[in-house]
Design a protein around this ligand. Sequence first.
Ligand SMILES: *[C@@H]1O[C@H](CO)[C@@H](O)[C@H](O)[C@H]1NC(C)=O
Ligand SMILES: *[C@@H]1O[C@H](CO)[C@@H](O)[C@H](O)[C@H]1NC(C)=O
Ligand SMILES: *[C@@H]1O[C@H](CO)[C@@H](O)[C@H](O)[C@H]1NC(C)=O
Length: 401
Amino acid sequence: MWYKTLCFGFFGILFAYCIYLPLPENVEEPWKVRFIDGVIKMTSLVATLFEEIGLMKYDDVFLTSTSVFLTKPVSDENITVIDTNFSDIPVRLYLPKKKSEILRPAIIYLHGGAFVLGSCKIQPYDDLNRWTANKLDAVVVGIEYRLAPQYKFPAALEDCVLVVKFFLQDKILEKYGVDPARICISGDSSGATLAAAATQLLQSNSEYKDKIKAQALLYPGLQYIDSLMPSYQDYEYGPILSRKMTFKLAMLYLSEDTALKEAILRNEHMPEGSRHLFKFVNWSDFLPDKYKKNHIYTEPVLGKLKASYPALLDSRLSPLLDSDSQLQSLPLTYILTCEHDIVRDDGFIYVARLRNVGVQVTHDHIEDGIHGALTFTIAPTYLHLGLRIRDKYINWLEKNL
Ligand SMILES: *[C@@H]1O[C@H](CO)[C@@H](O)[C@H](O)[C@H]1NC(C)=O
Ligand SMILES: *[C@@H]1O[C@H](CO)[C@@H](O)[C@H](O)[C@H]1NC(C)=O
Ligand SMILES: *[C@@H]1O[C@H](CO)[C@@H](O)[C@H](O)[C@H]1NC(C)=O
């Protein structure tokens, strides 16, 4: 018995430690947020421990703990839900049942999870995509793209682009009754990174140019150049997404070499000869003044990392690396950012850069928002904030798609 007591005691203390964190004052439902944040921090601690003693890999601990939320494709009175493949890539389709006189809009949704976790089939995304299909009388496609570390950059993006190209075929749009002029690519967090990159790739391809009407990016991460932007410093310990956990997971998309993760945490990961890229993500040029104060711009340090990772110079990983002339042709854009979020500044910079070149952008900034809220919309971690974000996004689609 003693070891059980010890275990409980140990986890009790650990949990108390994890939920003892000062939250920003305006966060809604603070105790629920503390609880979620505590669970995530504790998972991260346990995962680190398990990895240290060689029991399980860091990312596998997270993967196992999220897989309990997987759902089967269950149709309801309004929506037919089907798991199938597009170009050999698994997708989940949401097809409204009622007859429609007109062709329907379509939303292609890319889930978040730092390129390592998640699935379009976990309950929060299944709920969101079903809700979207219902609310907008739209066809929704959730893509089960391949995950890291097993599949490295640019596997996830390649899968997403392949699915979109498959879907855009006339015969497929016809089959599902989709209006070719009303197609949006959406995503949250790393799914929004993929959505932004996919939209850029399609738009720069003459065969697909202007086939996507809109992109919707929900608290997107958009760059891996500067890991010390103001939001990365101000929200280093979360809530929800800590700087360490973010890079520990996301860098698995490039490599399992821990030197990379450690270098990016020190902001010393960029290679010699990459300084010309800093202008695309120079927060001191693009952020609103209120985020700049208390911070002094320092450039990432070059040439410290031995191994070379071409992906770090690639706009398919960091969509902010596209030049102005490339950004110029992007479609109607929705960007939602959250105040208390390490990737907040990525979103703000993209808004500024897109507006500078005349792209039509709607920017919703949630002053009391935290990262990942859309996925905290199931019991027992039901955050009202998640529903507010969902409704803002759906509202925009309703008016613009
Ligand atoms: C089906 O649609 C109706 C009308 O929009 C709605 O009231 C009902 O809740 C929907 N059913 C489900 C299972 O979502
Ligand atoms: C979809 O493709 C996967 C492999 O990529 C395969 O295992 C699965 O059986 C396929 N499913 C369908 C419905 O064709
Ligand atoms: C970043 O922007 C600031 C302010 O405009 C400027 O002084 C600095 O030289 C820029 N640095 C780089 C590397 O672009």
